[in-house]
Design a protein around this ligand. Structure first.
Ligand code: MG
Length: 383
């Protein structure tokens, strides 16, 4: 049994589920959340969704599924070191990207553009929508009926308007409070995971080079150490040795800095964590700056690389093409979506109808979206 600090989220003190259920027999409430997430349809689809690269570009790149597993690994390591709840952390990490559209950032931006007049689209709100409503598996309730703590952890950001709409789970945004420490750390583990794997994947795809990366302090220092220790190793191995050192440095700094903050603030329990003015999980200011430098480098050199940009344009065309076609004629969607769209249109007008169209598109994998686009617009595709 893991020893939990007093300020950890204790499963026995969960704020509960929306629909009351009997307690699990041999698992904690948060283990049950994690298990429900692993068995969900949206989780399986993460295998065919990507972040920067499109799924068919190669089998060696990270997918949303492997990304989520890496976030869970980093989160659990931090949680254990800080005596926080590993089960809760793992549940949040595995669910954090469930609402992502096909084609990564490009798909999200495109769908948000299409939804501008109908309430917008935001992937972390969509992740909550997936676990609260869109998974239809259980006889007695909609969604996965997860605990409050997992749901609030999934909801990383939220505008004041949306917070009002969402009620309890978003209350902290209106009250300016903090989520559990487990949620706070998942957020940063996500950042550690994607910055580092984007370096690795970017190098593999030859969109960025080792020489270019010398301008990033964090990379340069680890590069010098690895080259010094192993002057003759292959490039592939040296990249892995550098990336693992960068992850280790970020994780170690996060643990050290957060322990210090926790020792200073001495929160007695999770409620005292919630009412802190600022998060208690964080990097030191030097490492924060180093991480920001890496982020800026990736934005300028990888995310805006012309080969990525070209794909972004195409993703935009696919997502917007599908959206406009479905909104214009609902009958182009499978009948269950038509029914849902008609029902929500009755309730919320065109915004309701558009929401279901965006649910359908957001649920698509990269390859499904491309196939569907061809089925709709390519006259040679007659199925
Ligand atoms: Mg993520």
């Amino acid at each position: 049994m893991q020893t939990l600090a007093p300020y950890a989220a204790h499963a026995e003190h969960t704020q509960g589920r929306r629909f009351v259920e009997s307690q699990p027999g041999y698992r904690s409430e948060f283990q049950r959340d994690r298990d429900r997430i692993v068995h969900s349809t949206a989780f399986r689809r993460l295998e065919y969704k990507t972040q920067v690269f499109v799924n068919h570009e190669g089998d060696l790149f990270r997918t949303r599924l492997t990304h989520s597993i890496e976030v869970a690994q980093i989160s659990r390591a931090i949680a254990r070191a800080l005596e926080l709840n590993e089960d809760l952390t793992e549940a949040i990490a595995l669910a954090h990207d469930l609402g992502h559209t096909p084609f990564g950032h490009a798909g999200q931006d495109a769908l948000n553009d299409c939804m501008k007049e109908y309430g917008g689209f935001e992937h972390n709100l969509q992740s909550l929508r997936v676990v609260d409503h869109l998974e239809e598996k259980y006889a007695e309730f909609e969604g996965l009926n997860l605990t409050f703590e997992t749901r609030e952890g999934i909801l990383k950001h939220c505008s004041p308007g949306k917070a009002k709409e969402l009620g309890d789970v978003a209350q902290r945004f209106s009250k300016k409070q903090q989520p559990t420490l487990e949620a706070q750390l998942c957020n940063l583990a996500d950042e550690i995971a994607y910055n580092n794997h984007d370096v690795d994947d970017g190098l593999r795809a030859q969109l960025i080079s080792l020489e270019q990366l010398q301008e990033v302090g964090l990379f340069r220092e680890q590069y010098a150490e690895v080259r010094g220790l192993y002057p003759n190793i292959s490039e592939r191995r040296s990249i892995h040795e550098i990336v693992r050192r960068m992850i280790n440095l970020l994780v170690s700094d996060l643990i050290r800095t957060s322990l210090k903050k926790l020792q200073d603030a001495k929160p007695q329990d999770v409620n005292a964590v919630r009412t802190q003015a600022k998060p208690l999980i964080g990097f030191s200011s030097e490492v924060q700056a180093a991480s920001l430098e890496l982020k800026r480098f990736l934005r300028a050199n990888l995310y805006q690389h012309y080969r990525v940009y070209r794909m972004t344009k195409k993703a935009n065309q696919v997502v917007c093409g599908l959206f406009n076609a479905f909104l214009d004629d609902l009958k182009l969607m499978p009948s269950e979506y038509v029914q849902r769209a008609q029902a929500l249109e009755q309730k919320n007008g065109i915004d309701g109808k558009a929401r279901i169209v965006s649910d359908y598109i957001a649920g698509m994998t990269d390859r499904y979206a491309i196939t569907e686009y061809n089925r709709l617009f390519d006259p040679r595709t007659l199925t």
